[in-house]
Ligand binder design. Structure first.
Ligand SMILES: [Zn+2]
Length: 462
């Protein structure tokens, strides 16, 4: 059904203007100061956006939906994750494919794609994790890139499980350079963490509050520096995921100053939550265990200022949904067995609006840039996604900035049994959310079609 969005204030990464937007089919076909609804085909759906913002659909470039991790599986599937994402204004997801070291990469790609097919209501693509790189599997990565997955993920953390040896990291980054593929990286020194974890556990420090001390800022800054050193030697383009603290941001910026092509992602939990959350009594701190850990509060201002100055390119979530009961409590006797993750896929945009825009830390344009446009540009989706232009996919968010409510588990669509932001004030809400011209969510409720989401093939752009 054709769609007309009238009287909205259109806000992109660079522009802010009043216009009507018409979408015939799946793309934006007209953007004009005023479009007369009576001149349009019968059956055109008209959305009155008076007093509302119209944003390009938001992109979350770092999520986990299907995820075997620490002996359990993440609680969402593509249906629940899509409902949550859309209710919060996110229309495109980039999921990490995270195979185990024994898995064949191509098999993993097919498995992850099969988990999305038929259940996704958002459009989606993947970053391909490289957790082994002996000569026998290298051709599979070329084939995966050829199939439209133009970004890798590497882990410097998770010793003995996911981290690459330096030899394999170097070879992976060399191949990425040859293929024009950006390497996204979890930067924490695996051996240092392993030694710190063992020492803490041996001393009887087993609670969730010890997760943070086992991976201090220096460990992350070291990882960022290490990745950037290899990028400097090879010319590979790199992207540090969930960059959490001043030390790590500085390490990336120091590398950028040397000419390294490095981009910085930070994730919403690190902007609004701090290390004291993991100290909550009765094991409740486990809800706030992720890696890198929540940091000292002073880092939050560093991250907001990083976004404001655009030193930090993207605000993602690292959505990794594990329930408190039955999953997080696997780590009752030792923090190293708490599944990592703070689910935020539905809350991200409203948290940025509430604590960034409404608190006057960042502008609306910056919010759009960090939550949509930069991810599209970096990962080969622009201007199909991340833009409001004639010809772009009609992924649009009509957003009510005056809406006031609170974040609650009751209002969230993710399959986890808690909301990390329970009871917090919320300013703003996505009123109408479209994916390729079809309304998929209204007022926080999913009204779309499960299975309509499409796999986005991407070309290497680095
Ligand atoms: Zn992650």
């Amino acid at each position: 059904m054709p769609l007309l969005i009238q009287n909205g204030r259109v806000i992109t990464a660079t522009d802010d203007y009043q216009a009507d937007i018409y979408c015939a089919g799946e793309t934006i076909t007209r953007i004009e100061p005023s479009i007369d609804a009576k001149s349009l085909p019968p059956g055109t759906e008209v959305v009155d956006a008076t007093g509302q913002f119209v944003f390009p659909g938001f992109i979350d470039p770092h999520v986990h939906i299907y995820l075997p991790f620490m002996g359990t599986f993440a609680a969402d599937d593509y249906a629940s994750a899509s409902r949550a994402a859309l209710a919060g204004g996110t229309t495109t997801l980039i999921e990490m494919i995270c195979p185990g070291p024994a898995d064949q990469p191509w098999d993993a790609f097919e498995l992850w794609r099969s988990k999305a097919q038929g259940l996704a209501a958002v459009d989606y693509t993947f970053h391909m994790s490289v957790v082994r790189f002996e000569p026998g599997v290298r051709d599979q990565f070329r084939k995966i890139v050829g199939a439209g997955v133009a970004s890798f993920k590497v882990f410097l953390a998770y010793k003995g499980a996911l981290n690459l040896t330096d030899e394999d990291l170097f070879a992976t980054m060399k191949l990425a350079r040859e293929l024009g593929v950006i390497v996204t990286a979890h930067c924490e020194n695996a051996d240092a963490i392993d030694a710190l974890q063992k020492a803490l556990l041996a001393a009887g420090n087993t609670g969730p509050e010890w997760h943070g001390p086992s991976r201090p800022p220096a460990v992350e800054a070291d990882g960022v520096h290490h990745l950037c050193t290899f990028a400097e030697l090879l010319g590979t383009h790199v992207y540090t995921v969930h960059t959490s603290c001043d030390e790590a941001v500085r390490a990336a910026l120091a590398a950028r100053y040397r000419g390294v092509n490095v981009w910085i992602e930070s994730v919403i939990p690190h902007f609004v939550l701090d290390e004291t959350c993991a100290e909550r009594p009765n094991f409740e701190g486990a809800k706030y265990v992720m890696s890198p850990p929540l940091r000292a509060k002073r880092n939050q201002e560093v991250l907001w200022n990083g976004v404001k100055s655009r030193a930090i390119s993207t605000i993602a979530t690292d959505h990794a949904p594990f329930s408190f009961r039955g999953q997080k409590d696997m780590g009752k006797d030792g923090f190293t067995r708490i599944p990592n993750g703070i689910p935020s896929i539905q809350e991200r945009v409203d948290l940025v609006h509430t604590h960034g825009v409404a608190a006057e830390r960042v502008t609306l344009n910056t919010m759009v840039d960090a939550c949509s446009t930069q991810a599209a540009r970096l990962f080969g989706l622009y201007p199909r996604k991340g833009a409001i232009q004639v010809g772009s996919d009609a992924d649009l968010v009509v957003y009510d900035p005056a809406f006031r409510s609170t974040f609650t588990k009751a209002g969230s669509h993710s399959n986890v049994d808690y909301n990390a932001y329970e009871g917090w004030d919320r300013v703003g809400r996505a009123r109408v959310v479209t994916v390729r011209g079809a309304i998929q969510a209204r007022d926080g409720k999913f009204v779309g079609t499960i299975g309509r989401g499409r796999f986005l093939e991407r070309e290497p752009t680095h």
